[in-house]
Design a protein around this ligand. Structure first.
Ligand code: AHR
Length: 513
């Protein structure tokens, strides 16, 4: 048995829980759109082709905002191909994934889906092969009420009211040599500045995300952010971060500690962004949009190699199976630690998108003409999105640690805490990263009087399985949340025993002391 002690104080807050932290991502990649969210003719599809089973899971997961339509896909995508009568839309080569894009699904279809899913749209524009004019035009098409060429085209295409899209990504991963239209930081900084300026001239209320580094391990990391923002600081509102992790060579400990890398990445980007702020002697603050994060079992080491493996497989098919990772118990615990890291940095990371939503490295899986089900990683996301409300509290943790080869030492018990003053509830999100030992955890709730426990749930290795146990099409609910009995309020403190390798949430009724 290991131990941990976590202290929070009513007065020590990080900031409000940003609702946009619970974002997801729908890319025209593999089966995320086609046979994922959209499958005309499926028994669960409505008259628009939206799969209602996938929509119900998306709503239940608590997703707040969805980034669309890419990803690498967007860097060669012409958004105009996806509007107007479907029969007139062109079939195109998608160079990013070596597939055929039919364009049966485009901006209008996504806007209709987003409405049913009750999510905000985060639209990415192409700054790989397209430029300022295309960027300007899509904002006019999507957001201008009417009486101009582009806005009237939208109305003619069936959307009388503007889509009112607030959040826009200025391209995708343009620091990566694999990206169509890859750029140097100066080239990208200038086009982001000019595209951003032109877009805000059409609609000054929009919020813009500049492309940051594709990972903290890119050779240009740091310099890229600094140079890009040296050009585009005044025009943009956020800079992006992307990170994927996996278990390599049975090194479970490093994988379980990988949120350390996320912390390092976030804190380094904050430092760089603020260095540009200081240099420019401005009061304007740029926040962070962690708009791709997840576990991704990449077959080979680096990003370019990985893309070759995927594209060799795709061979110009329409929506082939691509990177449909199956997630296990360990992955769910690790995903819980990423959510904790995002919450603990919620004063600066105010948008985050788990990549992706369905089938492609996703919490939801679906089969063509078949069922949809939840992967293990669905649960920590769904409960955190549901119960992390109000304000984020600063956590001070002490207790047993473990060593990891890749990411240094880490606390065995990782946690984040939120306080919802309206409902009088404190929610604690725990991950016990101990592979073999349960953990006794005490949470001191300073400034609160704790009452009854209103929710206590845990996800861990099922009796019949091991840490690699996963949900599959034929066994959809082997791993899920069960009631956590070992949680109690004792002498004003919360006492919890977490099983080995587990993710848990405990919600307590509180009054302010
Ligand atoms: O999410 C899969 C891919 O990962 C995205 O298209 C790209 O942006 C990233 O490299």
């Amino acid at each position: 048995m290991t131990t941990a002690h976590i202290t929070v104080d009513r007065e020590f807050t990080i900031g409000p829980v940003p609702r946009r932290l619970f974002g997801s991502f729908v890319e025209h990649m593999g089966r995320c759109v086609y046979t994922g969210i959209y499958e005309p003719g499926h028994p669960e599809a409505d008259e628009n082709g939206y799969r209602q089973d996938v929509l119900a899971l998306t709503r239940d997961m608590g997703v707040s905002i969805v980034r669309y339509p890419g990803g690498n896909f967007v860097s060669g995508y012409m958004w105009e191909d996806g509007i107007g009568p479907v029969e007139d839309r062109p079939r195109r080569i998608d160079g990013a994934w070596h597939t055929i894009e039919t364009n049966a699904f485009g901006l209008h279809e996504f806007a209709g889906w987003a409405k049913q899913a009750n999510v905000e749209i985060q639209e990415a524009i192409n700054l790989g092969t397209a430029g300022v004019e295309e960027a300007r035009a899509i904002v006019e098409y999507a957001n201008h009420p009417g009486g101009t060429a582009w806005s009237d085209k939208r109305r003619a295409n069936g959307a009388e009211d503007p889509f009112g899209i607030k959040v826009w990504n200025l391209g995708n991963e343009l620091d990566g040599p694999w990206q169509i239209g890859h750029k140097t930081a100066d080239e990208y900084g200038r086009i982001a500045q000019e595209a951003g300026k032109a877009m805000k001239l059409v609609d000054p209320s929009i919020e813009l995300i500049a492309v940051g580094s594709s990972s903290a391990h890119m050779p240009t990391f740091g310099e890229w952010e600094y140079d890009v923002l040296s050009h585009a600081y005044d025009e943009v509102d956020y800079i992006s971060l992307h990170a994927y992790y996996q278990e390599h060579d049975d090194d479970a400990k490093s994988f379980l500690a990988s949120a350390n890398d996320m912390d390092y990445f976030i804190e380094s980007v904050i430092s760089t962004v603020d260095a540009v702020k200081a240099k420019r002697q401005t009061k304007k603050q740029i926040n962070l949009s962690f708009d791709e994060w997840n576990v991704w079992y990449q077959q080979r080491g680096d990003a370019e190699d990985q893309l070759h493996v995927i594209t060799e497989k795709a061979q110009w098919q329409e929506h082939p199976r691509l990177i449909e990772d199956t997630y296990n118990v360990t992955d769910a615990v690790v995903v819980g630690t990423y959510l904790n890291s995002l919450l603990r940095h919620g004063d600066r990371v105010t948008i985050a998108n788990q990549a992706q939503l369905v089938n492609v490295i996703a919490p939801i899986r679906s089969e063509a003409n078949g069922p949809a089900w939840r992967q293990t990683i669905y649960w920590p996301f769904a409960r955190t999105a549901e119960l992390a409300r109000g304000e984020i509290l600063r956590t001070v943790a002490s207790g047993d640690q473990f060593e990891s080869k890749l990411y240094g030492d880490a606390d065995l018990v990782d946690a984040s805490v939120t306080y919802d003053a309206e409902r009088g509830r404190v929610a604690v999100f725990f991950a016990n990263r101990g592979l073999d030992e349960s953990a006794d955890v005490t949470v001191s709730l300073r400034g609160f009087t704790a009452g009854r426990i209103t929710r206590a749930e845990v996800l861990t290795v099922p009796e019949s399985g091991d840490r690699f146990t996963a949900n599959t099409e034929h066994e959809q609910d082997v791993v899920g949340l069960v009631k956590l009995d070992a949680a109690a309020v004792y002498e004003g403190e919360l006492k919890v025993t977490l099983p080995a390798l587990s993710w848990a949430v405990v919600e307590v009724e509180v009054t302010e002391a």
